[in-house]
Design a protein around this ligand. Structure first.
Ligand SMILES: NC(=O)C1=CN([C@@H]2O[C@H](COP(=O)(O)OP(=O)(O)OC[C@H]3O[C@@H](n4cnc5c(N)ncnc54)[C@H](OP(=O)(O)O)[C@@H]3O)[C@@H](O)[C@H]2O)C=CC1
Ligand SMILES: CC(=O)C(=O)O
Ligand SMILES: [Mg+2]
Length: 594
């Protein structure tokens, strides 16, 4: 019975999982994927039938299509003769050709569309391309281009991606989930589109974000594409432009709030767990902060949930700061931190830094928090504002006179680290960066807001205004900068370093809950991947080129923590977790068809 499988103890579920433990696949907690055994007599079951794709339909099946890479033998065996020109090409040659084609496009959005088209046509080639050219293609399938794609989503897409669940599906969400062709889902990335990057409320068009994030789960973290499910929950939009746009693809109504919103989300959360089991990872992405913190708190105790903007961002920034100590010296507790932006990313990062400091120094969290200051749209967060602050800001309301402007806050707090999480571009002005540079020999400046247009400052501004002394990283990538005869390579502080490896670690250990210590474990693993060569170039993050290796190390550290905390349900802990993580990873190489 489904009810039994959901409430079974970790040890009983692991007995079942142990059957597949020996296989190098990323196993989830989902059994009886077709619902055949668990259905009672009064429940309906689906009459599943399995067919073998061949001929014309094989060429149009993105999961199995290989295009010109079908061998002559395969062409004969699968009725493809005549449907393809005579040449047989290797996958490597196909990659070369696709990269050549993509580089012809001058406009990033055209490259994005070419990539999405490839994903719909030949999935393995898409992932091979992305894995082999990750530095070049990440800015296309992810920030910044994905932001523009979301803004224009309604008009650029021919074929829908992911699953759309709107208010109209209330009461039927389980049925909607069952419309998705894959049954063995391990990771769901879900948004309600209200805070898409720093672009605000894009409603239903936010779908580009879960689609993009899950492409990275596969390319960077090795989770099989068939185990990934992008979902957009459409409760309306408050974006007037979209509401008045005849091509808008979502519900044309103001956002549902309060009980109506909560009930839809609750039905969704229950349906996902019922359909995919309790070990399906649900990643909340780009929700507005007035829902994000509550959803995380509410479902953190009942589901395997993780908020990428609060927790993933925190983990990646902490890693950069820990690594950065090699460049600036001292320990975390020797620093003072100032944030512009006190929302999900800002307070999430602040809390994880305070936690790590507390672990390192044994000082209570209330004490370590005092080294961290945040500025929101009304100015410095101080105790005199406490009554009117949102809950998640209250821990940061320290004793200080009110300050309105960031530059004045920099001068008063004298931070060693300045972090931008405001979603507002060009807010780290020349005056602000110069103030940081006058206080610190090597100011750490992180402009985390995405996409590029919302970055608090550009790499060029950070290096120029600090006379080449800033240690700089940004949420969206910037090209290298030449200043005073020296080339500076900015790093990318983006949660894309963390969530794929974190997800893999959770899945491979069969974790049932996400714990803050796992975020610290992920940070530690990422920081350890920064090489001396990276430090010598002023970097506090390793390049994305090695991301699969990095993800394997993150996954191993996270899984080890899950075992240590008793949150892992796969009881036979692999001896070498890094090797095991690598062996679990999806490979996009073509398979031979019999
Ligand atoms: N690099 C990365 O990996 C990540 C980057 N981000 C980026 O961070 C940005 C913020 O995201 P998130 O924290 O979720 O957003 P939130 O909406 O939760 O928070 C934004 C915060 O910025 C403050 N703010 C807005 N305008 C100003 C201003 N002009 N001056 C000072 N503060 C201001 C808001 O103030 P108030 O509370 O008063 O309204 C709020 O505290 C986005 O651009 C997002 O793309 C997010 C996650 C990961
Ligand atoms: C990177 C990311 O998650 C964001 O900007 O929202
Ligand atoms: Mg996000």
């Amino acid at each position: 019975m489904r009810e039994e499988s959901e409430t079974e103890s970790p040890s009983s579920s692991s007995t079942l999982i142990d059957d597949v433990d020996s296989k190098p696949t990323v196993a989830g907690g989902v059994r009886d994927v077709y619902g055949e055994d668990s259905a009672t007599e009064d429940q309906f079951v689906t009459p599943w039938s399995v067919s073998v794709a061949s001929g014309y339909s094989l060429l149009r099946d993105p999961h199995h299509n290989k295009g010109l890479a079908f061998t002559i033998r395969e062409r004969d065996a699968h009725f493809l003769r005549g449907l393809l020109p005579p040449t047989v090409a290797s996958q490597d040659l196909q990659v070369k050709k696709m990269m050549h084609n993509i580089r012809q496009y001058q406009v990033p959005l055209q490259k994005y569309m070419a990539m999405m088209d490839l994903q719909e046509r030949n999935q393995r080639l898409f992932y091979k391309l992305l894995i082999d050219n990750v530095e070049e293609l990440l800015p296309i399938v992810y920030t910044p281009t994905v932001g523009e794609a979301c803004q224009k989503y309604g008009s650029i897409f021919m074929r829908p991606q992911g699953l759309f669940i709107s208010l109209k599906e209330k009461g039927k969400i389980l049925e909607v989930l069952r419309n998705w062709p894959e049954k063995n889902i391990q990771v769901v990335v879900v948004t309600d589109g209200e805070r898409i990057l720093g672009l605000g409320d894009l409603g239903c068009q936010g779908m580009g974000i879960p689609v993009g994030k899950l492409s990275l789960y596969t390319a960077l973290g090795g989770i099989r594409p068939s185990a990934c499910l992008p979902i957009t929950i459409d409760v309306g939009t408050n974006n007037e432009k979209l509401l008045n746009d005849e091509f808008y693809i979502g519900l044309k109504q103001k956002r549902a709030t309060g009980q109506e919103y909560a009930e839809l989300l609750d039905e969704f959360m229950m349906a996902v767990k019922q359909n995919y089991g309790e070990k399906v990872l649900i990643q909340f992405e780009d929700f507005a902060n007035h829902n994000a913190f509550d959803l995380l708190a509410k479902y953190g105790t009942t589901h395997l949930v993780f908020n990428d903007d609060i927790q993933g961002t925190a983990s990646v920034v902490l890693a950069g700061l820990v690594a950065g100590q090699k460049l600036v010296g001292g320990t975390l507790a020797d620093h003072r931190f100032l944030f512009l932006g006190a929302g999900e990313a800002g307070t999430g990062i602040a809390e994880l830094i305070a936690l790590e400091m507390s672990k390192q120094t044994k000082a209570p969290l209330e004490e370590t928090r005092k080294k961290i200051w945040l500025v929101d749209s009304k100015g410095l967060i101080v105790s005199s504002r406490k009554e009117s602050l949102q809950q998640f800001k209250k821990p940061w309301a320290h004793e200080h006179e009110p300050i309105k402007e960031l530059v004045d806050a920099v001068k008063a707090i004298r931070p060693t680290v300045l972090i931008g999480t405001s979603g507002v571009g060009r807010t780290f002005t020349k005056e602000v960066v110069e103030a940081m540079a006058s206080i610190n020999e090597k100011p750490i400046i992180l402009s985390l807001s995405n996409p590029t247009s919302q970055s608090e400052c550009t790499a060029e501004e950070a290096y120029t205004w600090s006379q080449g002394r800033a240690i700089f990283a940004s949420g969206s990538p910037f090209p290298p900068v030449e200043y005073d005869g020296k080339v500076f390579v900015p790093g990318q502080a983006n949660n894309a370093y963390i969530f794929p490896g974190l997800g893999l670690g959770l899945i491979m250990s069969g974790a049932i809950r996400v714990h803050d210590d796992m975020l610290l474990a992920a940070s530690e693993a990422l920081a350890a991947q920064v090489s001396q060569e990276n430090f010598d170039r002023g970097l506090i993050y390793p390049p994305f080129t090695n991301i699969r290796k990095i993800s394997a190390h993150i996954a191993a550290n996270v899984a080890a923590k899950a075992y240590e905390l008793g949150l892992a349900t796969r009881l036979s802990e692999p001896k070498d977790l890094v090797k095991y993580a690598e062996s679990c990873m999806y490979s996009p190489a073509y398979r031979n068809y019999r």
